[in-house]
Ligand binder design. Structure first.
Ligand code: F6R
Length: 247
């Protein structure tokens, strides 16, 4: 079966941000109480800036929206400046009218992390599932903290990021030894349950993972390749990230 991923190669990161934010805007205009699935990382920063601009300049409202994030570091409080909660406040939530009680991110300090994961899955089910997930892509093919080896039906759980991921994320920490060794992450199955998925990737350092995800075999060895089985998954790429794709 051919890859089910719809690939769009766009001019640059700014255009990707406009298009990706535009998908969320269209969803919210159609369905103001939509359930948004959100990522952290460098790639979505411009998309969140564009969502903030759409709110400020074009009246896009998030007032009824619900938002679920993919992952969080285990052990970090939401006030920690490297927590994904902090990132979301800084890059998106503080710039739009989403209600704080409608933003759902794993509590990295939960006393019982596995119970926290189960409660997170239950909350997603309770709101009727995620309408649109925004994903980034790890250089090793990870999505959220679903590292190589993650099963297609995996659910929210405690995970141990791959050393490559820890090394990549250490750029945000003053001291690399401070990067938490574990995280809480939705599973591949949790992502696959979303009604639509848009994955954004830019730069030559993502090209190999993009090629494996889109044109490689569907395998847990490259978790993003499992997205080939989703009925409505789009990759938005710049030319550098798309350069490993064959016609
Ligand atoms: C973070 C997440 C990760 C990132 C990936 C790429 O919530 O889901 O899978 O999307 O590590 O990160 P950047 O965008 O920093 O290259």
């Amino acid at each position: 079966m051919a890859s089910g991923i719809d690939v769009r190669v766009l001019d640059d990161a700014a255009t990707i941000a406009q298009e990706a934010a535009g998908l969320f805007a269209a969803l919210l205009r159609d369905c103001p109480a939509a359930v948004l699935g959100l990522a952290t990382g460098s790639t979505p920063e411009l998309t969140y800036a564009e969502m903030g601009r759409l709110h400020r300049d074009e009246g896009l409202s998030f007032a009824q929206a619900r938002a679920f994030n993919l992952d969080e570091y285990l052990g970090l409080d939401g006030d920690h400046d490297q927590s994904f909660r902090y990132f979301m406040q800084k890059h998106l939530f503080d710039h739009i009218d989403i209600r704080p009680w409608n933003t759902f991110i794993f509590d990295g300090t939960a006393r019982d992390p596995q119970a926290e994961c189960e409660a997170f899955e239950a909350k997603i089910r309770a709101v009727g599932g995620v309408d649109l997930w925004l994903l980034g892509l790890g250089g090793n093919g990870h999505i959220a903290f679903n590292e190589p080896g993650s099963a297609s039906d995996s659910r929210s759980r405690v995970v141990t990021p791959h050393p490559e991921t820890v090394a990549a994320n250490s750029r945000h920490f003053a001291d690399p030894s401070e990067v938490p060794a574990q995280g809480l992450s939705v599973g591949v199955g949790t992502i696959m349950d979303g009604r639509k998925i848009v994955l954004i990737a830019t730069g030559a350092h993502k090209a190999e993972a993009v090629a494996r995800a889109v044109q490689g075999p569907r395998t847990p060895a490259c978790p993003a390749s499992l997205l080939q089985d989703h009925a409505a998954c789009t990759f938005m790429l710049d030319r550098a990230a798309a350069r490993g794709l064959s016609a």
